[in-house]
Structure formats: structure tokens, C-alpha cells
Ligand binder design. Structure first.
Ligand SMILES: [Zn+2]
Length: 491
């Protein structure tokens, strides 16, 4: 048996004042055949990583294609998308004949000229391999699960956890079903329930935890896999929204029944899951009043993981203005400031302008006398089983606050964000993290509490009705009160 695998992914915020190009992929994941390191999977590459481990044991030949992934940001450059797509398709053509294609995709990528990038890739891949070849895809639950993609795929599995700590387990699930299909032990059929809702639903929330565990308990014969697509609120496209996908063995009625059961339960959770947000000063007050340390203040409105620039200065500005010390903030994306810090050198005290550059939602830059307290080239942070990249980094002290500046835009995931530049996050009273919930994978074990702030950054987390959608199909909750959730026709 021959399996071809490749990865392509980013999460495209169609409201972002940035665009994504090959340089952004080079900063994160840009690996040609055979180049993927063995230490850990990267963003969207758990499929390749898991398949490489299983090939000998499970008796298949793995043909590795390229892996491309970039941090969430604005739409991808059209020519750059076509370059990556065509490289993968040329590798697939050269690998023929293959019995299966295994894709690691994010699922919320938009390029200029392509609203449904993954649908385009799958359509062209299917045209190469034909109807008999098995196409199996792993997605992030923040994907747009379009009908076109489902129709073009045989097996779809999404990560279940948010933070996404189970990318390898889900890749193994996908490969299990793929192999059983090839051995004719199962015949996968899929059903999709459209919840007609936009929501942010971290699995660290107790209700969401119970919901995911319950949905997972339904994975017993004839149900092979259940996936909960949360929705990605910042990719304005017609099929944006939460969707439940169920894979069953030869039993479309059971697939539809279970998808409906999970979908109706997810709809019933509307408005009951999600964080409570404070304005910036109230968040600082609440965090200072909490017992223990460190207390995390999140800045989800400026979360690079949702495609925001990660250079909004509002929370930091308030910490400085209020004279609050014993705090650390990160990461603020500012390649120019990082370069200036490297030029000034470790221990230098100098006047630096940083942050507040990318767009209106970045606020204004901070001009301050800073001390350079740490410098690191090519910073890496841990994210569950995976590695993520921060680029060159500088740690600075401004007033009593220590700040991490980085050159490769990324959200706060692992505590190496701070330790790379000599800042000890465990010793601080306040940690301001530009992240919504993924940081919990790296910080959850040692922090004393979390307060969610709502700054004037790009992303509305508090009320999706305030996002200026023009493309999403209506009605959809919470933009509309009356909606009609139900099973989707997949042809
Ligand atoms: Zn995600």
C-alpha cells in the first residue's frame, strides 16, 4: 500500500490588516520531502509525523510531500498559494499510483481569489488520484467544513481538544480508519450537521469538557469517529459556522442520527460557554485582587492565533501608566524593534519605539527608555506535542514591566516565550499573554488564575454581532436569533 502525505495550512482572518505570503510559511513550517524533523510534529504536520512512525509497523509505503504552514494572519497571496498547491500536486502526480492521500490541513485558509482553499486543493487532488483512491484529511476544529470538501473526501477527522493537544492522537485515529478502509474491514460514510452558530468554545470550560467527552463516548460500532467543528469567527465566508461531522461504517442512517444528536446538544450550549471579559483596567484590578501568582491576563483581542497583529499596546500602556511592576507581557510582534534591540545589545539602555504599528487596532507605539534584558535568535516554544516558532526575540524592561518582543508573529503558547529571553514567568504577579485559550496547554499547570481582558485589538471575542460580516450565510446565531440547524446534503 502506498500513502502520499502533505500539509498545507494557515487560518485566514479576512478582517486582518495584514496579508500572508511565503515568508510567513518559511517562518513557521516550510519543509520539503524528507526535511521534516523527527523530534516533534509542527503546525498541521501531525499526519506526516504519525504516518512516518507507523509505516513499517502497519505495512505501508509513505511518500512524503511538502509541508507548508503559517501563523494565522490575513489572506494568503494568490501566487504563493498556487505555488505551494502546485508543488504538492506535482509530488502527488509523481507518486502515482497511490492507494491513499493523507492531508494535514488547517481548514480555514483563504487566499486572494480562493475562498475555499482546501476545497480547491482537494478537487485537484481528486482529479489526479481518481475515485477509488482514499482521501483522508485531518483538520483543526476552527475550520470551515465546506460541503465541497466533505464530498471530495472519504474520511475527515478533526482535533477534539482546544487547546489542540491531541493532534497526534487524532492523526492516529485517521490513519486507523484509513488502513481499515483499505483492508476492506470498514466502508466509511459521513454525515454533517450544520449548527448555524458562531461561537468560541474552549474545551477547558467544564461544560465543553463534558460535551466533548460525551461526544467521544459515542465512538463505538458503527460510529468510527465524531468531530466537532467549533467555527472560526474571523474568516468571513459563506460556510463559516459550527458543524458536526460523523464517520460511520457503512451506515449513513447511524451517521446522520449521531451527527444530529451531537449537533442538537451543541446548539443547546449556545451562550453558555465562553469566557467573561473585563475592560482593561477592570481586568488589571481583578488580577491584582486575586490570591496567588502568577495571574494571567489574556489579551484575546490581539491574539496572533486568531490572525491579529499581536502588537496592540493598550494593556501594557495601562500597566506602565499605573506604575504596576512585577508583570511580564508577551509577545509583542515588532521585527524592527527586535532588530534595534539586537543592535543595541544585551544590557543596553536606550530609547525604543515599539508596538502599535500594523493597523488602527494596534493602537499607537510606545516610546520609552528600555533596558535590553535578553536576546535570543530563532526562539522556539512548546505547544502540546508540537513546536512553534517565535523568530528572533528581545526581552526588554520598561518601568517595572518586562516585555517580550518577537520577529515571527505567533501567539503565547509555551513558557519558553519568556524564559528564552531570561524572564521568569513563574515569579511574576501578572502575566499578560496575547492568546485566547491555547496558552493553557503551557501555563495551566503553574498559574494561579486567569482574567480575560477585552482590549481594543482587532478581534471581537465578547460579541460576534459586532464583527462586520458580509459573506457568511444567514441566518446564523448570534447574528440572528432564529436559525434552522440541520443535516447538510452532501453530494
Ligand atoms: Zn484551532
Amino acid at each position: 500500500m502506498r500513502i502520499f502525505t502533505a500539509s498545507l495550512g494557515t487560518e485566514s482572518n479576512t478582517f486582518a490588516p495584514t496579508a500572508t505570503c511565503l515568508d510567513d510559511f518559511r517562518e513557521m513550517v516550510f519543509l520539503r520531502p524528507g526535511e521534516h524533523p523527527d523530534d516533534a510534529p509542527r503546525m498541521c504536520t501531525a499526519t506526516l509525523w504519525a504516518a512516518r512512525r507507523r509505516a513499517a509497523r502497519d505495512g505501508f509505503t509513505l511518500v512524503e510531500g511538502s509541508c507548508f504552514a503559517a501563523s494565522p494572519g490575513g489572506r494568503t497571496n494568490r501566487q504563493d498559494y498556487e505555488f505551494m498547491r502546485d508543488e504538492i500536486l506535482a509530488q502527488l502526480r509523481a507518486a502515482m499510483r497511490v492507494d491513499a492521500v493523507l492531508f494535514g490541513l488547517h481548514g480555514a485558509m483563504v487566499a486572494f481569489g480562493y475562498d475555499d482553499v482546501e476545497g480547491d486543493l482537494l478537487e485537484r487532488a481528486r482529479a489526479i488520484v481518481g475515485e477509488d483512491c482514499i482521501i483522508a484529511v485531518e483538520y483543526d476544529p476552527h475550520c470551515h467544513l465546506t460541503r465541497k470538501r466533505v464530498a471530495l473526501s472519504d474520511i475527515v477527522v478533526m482535533y477534539k481538544e482546544y487547546p489542540h493537544t491531541d493532534t497526534v492522537e487524532r492523526a492516529d485515529d485517521l490513519i486507523d480508519i484509513l488502513l481499515a478502509t483499505w483492508r476492506k474491514q470498514v466502508r466509511p460514510v459521513m454525515a454533517v450537521y450544520d449548527c448555524r452558530q458562531i461561537a468560541a468554545t474552549p474545551t477547558t470550560d467544564p461544560q465543553m469538557r463534558r460535551f466533548v467527552d460525551w461526544a467521544k463516548s459515542l465512538e463505538r460500532h458503527p460510529i468510527l469517529s465524531v468531530s466537532i467543528g467549533h467555527s472560526y469567527p474571523y474568516g468571513d465566508m459563506p460556510e463559516l459556522g459550527a458543524r458536526i461531522l460523523v464517520v460511520a461504517d457503512s451506515d449513513p442512517v447511524a451517521a446522520a442520527r449521531v451527527a444530529t444528536e451531537i449537533g442538537e446538544a451543541f446548539v443547546a450550549l449556545r451562550g453558555r460557554i465562553g469566557h467573561r471579559y473585563h475592560d482593561v483596567d477592570a481586568a488589571i484590578d481583578a488580577a491584582l485582587a486575586r490570591e496567588g501568582a502568577p495571574i494571567v491576563i489574556t489579551d484575546p483581542a490581539d491574539n496572533a492565533g486568531g490572525g491579529a497583529p499581536s502588537d496592540n499596546t493598550t494593556i501594557l500602556r495601562r500597566l506602565i501608566a499605573r506604575g504596576i511592576g512585577d508583570a511580564a507581557v508577551g509577545p509583542i510582534w515588532d521585527p524592527m524593534a527586535v532588530r534595534n534591540c539586537f543592535a543595541a545589545g544585551l544590557g543596553a539602555r536606550f530609547a525604543l519605539r515599539f508596538g502599535g504599528k500594523t493597523g488602527i487596532a494596534s493602537g499607537v507605539p510606545i516610546d520609552a527608555t528600555v533596558d535590553v534584558i535578553g536576546l535570543a535568535r530563532d526562539g522556539v516554544q512548546t505547544y502540546g506535542p508540537s513546536r512553534s516558532f517565535l523568530g528572533d526575540m528581545a526581552g526588554i524592561r520598561v518601568g517595572g514591566v518586562e516585555v517580550v518582543l518577537n520577529a515571527a508573529r505567533s501567539q503565547a503558547l509555551g513558557s519558553e516565550l519568556f524564559t528564552n529571553v531570561g524572564i521568569a514567568p513563574r515569579g511574576k504577579k501578572l502575566l499578560v499573554l496575547k492568546s485566547s485559550n491555547h496558552f493553557m496547554a503551557g501555563y495551566g499547570s503553574f498559574i494561579a488564575g486567569v482574567v480575560h481582558a477585552h482590549s481594543d485589538g482587532l478581534l471581537r471575542r465578547d460579541d460576534f454581532r459586532l464583527i462586520p460580516y458580509t459573506q457568511v450565510a444567514r441566518p446564523i446565531w448570534p447574528l440572528d436569533e432564529e436559525t434552522s440547524p440541520g443535516l447538510l446534503e452532501i453530494s
